[in-house]
Ligand binder design. Sequence first.
Ligand code: SF4
Ligand code: SF4
Length: 109
Amino acid sequence: MLITKVGCCGRYNTIVTNLDVKADSPLKEELCLYKKNGSCGICVKHCPSGALTLDGYDRHKCYIVLRKNGELYTEFGSSYTDESGDDPNSVGSEVCGKCVVNTPCTFFI
Ligand code: SF4
Ligand code: SF4
């Protein structure tokens, strides 16, 4: 989860470009309420698998949930770029994201 000034509910990609852009500065302010003052923790309460805790994030536990979802939810296509269905990783949507929905940092800070 990466919290920006427009929240954390987003997906990030890499774009390779020769566009002449100016880099801005890393944020200095802590945007997570739990890290800032020990309040909130709603994202942890939303996690159904125990992958997200106040101590950290276990991506292996999270991925088990995603793989199960990928098997169940095939009507929206694969999470990967191969939409043919031949992708060996998954034919379904490997998404969860309950930790980023309906939280104080979902769409703003
Ligand atoms: S919901 Fe957002 S602000 Fe609250 S503890 Fe989780 S990351 Fe921090
Ligand atoms: S995506 Fe789902 S399983 Fe993974 S950390 Fe977030 S709520 Fe937990």
